[in-house]
Design a protein around this ligand. Structure first.
Ligand code: TRP
Length: 448
């Protein structure tokens, strides 16, 4: 069995060393595994949500494409494409938009953060919020579900989006699958031991802090950036503490155990910071110089890059085009020629019911949600240490036994054996809360 791994890179910036160590390098390594079937793409439709500078969008797409190829992504093994070359993705996005609960999207972190900020500043809650930003998770769900990805490597800030893709995919399966799993339900993968590189000032390396080291600048630019790394003011000859030096952390991310031990000993022995920076420069230049040459060669031939990406898109569309055809059939966008055979699969009434969605929380614990027919959250369970206990409670709730529902904190909780096992969200007023309790009772009522 191969595992399909898929991830997108939003094309708004130029990759830096932190992107390389944290995302690009592990992704390329993963794509080489014998059982890996990797889909990596430039999320350039997503980029439009954040950036309205066409020149920057275009430049970033080119630079990111060249970066991945220069660093050794094998496009014969992996599938590498631009999101905007796959028209099936926005089409699927619409099909998913029609089943995604607005309430689900109201809870997306990125949208909520904008609203919170507006409210804090006394603005209209949705000031400056585009539909693109609001629907961002649906487009991302389309990216993922289009190719039935099993695993989606992402940063922590994206876990919620992958969960939403799961939710939306599950709902679509439920409504239109006729018992068949149309979509594979994806899982977010967080690389625990991948380096989060510190930037020049010791905070996380990030474009927004302006503390990055360029990946494919000239050797001189690399040297200048390294010269700006902040160190303490210990003089040459004074012992330096490697464990409190982000210069050492940067060195560690690209060196062998022996190199690290030797560098550590030198620092403890009083190596001057200027010398230490020279060591780091040599290490990084050694790591990057060949790829930098390939990068420059690729950037200077954009037409070749275009061909490579179009070939990648053609490969991806071999999967996307027939699959989207199947999905159009499933929702009822069918040719009139096949009218006679299609009449049989009328939707069952049961498909409009509420459903449970299980998931792993950031801390590894097991939880579940109960969503009503419209996709609105009715309950969020407490955290369970293992999937089995979560499953048992889930089962009890569906067993038809009398529900112990208690109102609290503007919402309600469901109690089992003297303990609150699941909570509702808070509601605007008592009427909304009562209506939700009614939907809960209906959802969990024994089926005849
Ligand atoms: N939103 C992701 C980010 O900003 C990029 C992205 C778009 C993505 N579509 C995706 C990641 C699909 C994984 C899967 O990092």
């Amino acid at each position: 069995m191969t595992t399909r791994i898929l991830t997108g890179i939003t094309t708004t910036g130029t990759p830096h060393l932190g992107n390389y160590a944290g995302a690009i390098r592990p992704a390329i390594v993963a794509s080489r595994a014998a059982d890996a079937d990797s889909f990596y793409f430039l999320a350039d439709y997503h980029a439009l949500i954040k950036c309205d500078d066409p020149a920057r969008i275009q430049r970033s797409r080119l630079e990111i494409a060249a970066t991945w190829l220069a660093l050794g992504l094998d496009v014969n093994k992996a599938t590498f494409y631009r999101q905007s070359d796959i028209p099936e993705i926005p089409e699927l996005c619409w099909l998913l938009t029609c089943v995604a609960g607005k309430g689900l999207l109201n809870r997306a972190h990125a949208y909520k953060a904008s609203v919170d900020k507006n409210v804090e500043q006394g603005e209209d809650p949705d000031a400056g919020v585009t539909m693109g930003l609001f629907s961002y998770p649906v487009l991302m769900a389309a990216d993922i579900l289009m190719f039935n990805a099993h695993k989606v490597p992402v940063g922590r800030d994206q876990i919620q989006h992958v969960e939403m893709a799961r939710d939306i995919g599950q709902r679509f399966n439920h409504l239109f699958g006729n018992g068949k799993e149309l979509f594979v339900l994806p899982e977010a993968v967080i690389e625990e031991d991948v380096a989060t590189l510190p930037g020049l000032d010791g905070r996380k390396m990030s474009k927004s802090y302006d503390n990055t080291i360029p990946l494919f600048g000239t050797a001189k630019e690399l040297k200048n950036a390294i010269a700006r790394i902040v160190t303490d003011s210990k003089l040459p000859g004074e012992a330096k503490d490697p464990d409190n030096s982000h210069l050492f952390t940067l060195y560690q991310a690209f060196s062998s155990a022996e190199q690290q031990a030797a560098f550590r000993a030198e620092l403890l022995d009083g190596l001057a910071w200027g010398e230490a920076k020279q060591r780091l420069f040599e290490l990084l230049d050694g790591e990057l110089s060949e790829a930098r040459e390939r990068y420059n060669a690729l950037i200077s031939k954009p037409a070749d890059l275009e061909d490579i990406l179009l070939a990648g898109a053609a490969k991806a569309r071999k999967i996307a085009t027939p699959f989207l055809g199947e999905l159009r059939e499933a929702v009822g966008l069918r040719s009139f020629r096949t009218q006679a055979t299609a009449a049989t699969s009328e939707k069952k009434k049961a498909s409009k019911s509420a459903r449970f969605v299980s998931f792993r929380d950031d801390d590894g614990s097991f939880r579940f949600r109960l969503l009503d027919a419209a996709g609105e959250q009715l309950l969020l369970s407490k955290s369970f240490a293992d999937g089995k206990s979560a499953g048992q409670v889930n089962k009890r709730l569906q067993s038809g036994e009398e529900l112990d529902v208690r109102e609290q904190d503007g919402g309600f909780a469901v109690w089992l054996d003297g303990e609150a096992v699941a909570h509702s969200p808070a509601f605007a007023d008592a009427a909304e809360c009562q209506a939700a309790i009614a939907r809960l009772r209906e959802a969990l009522a024994p089926q005849e």
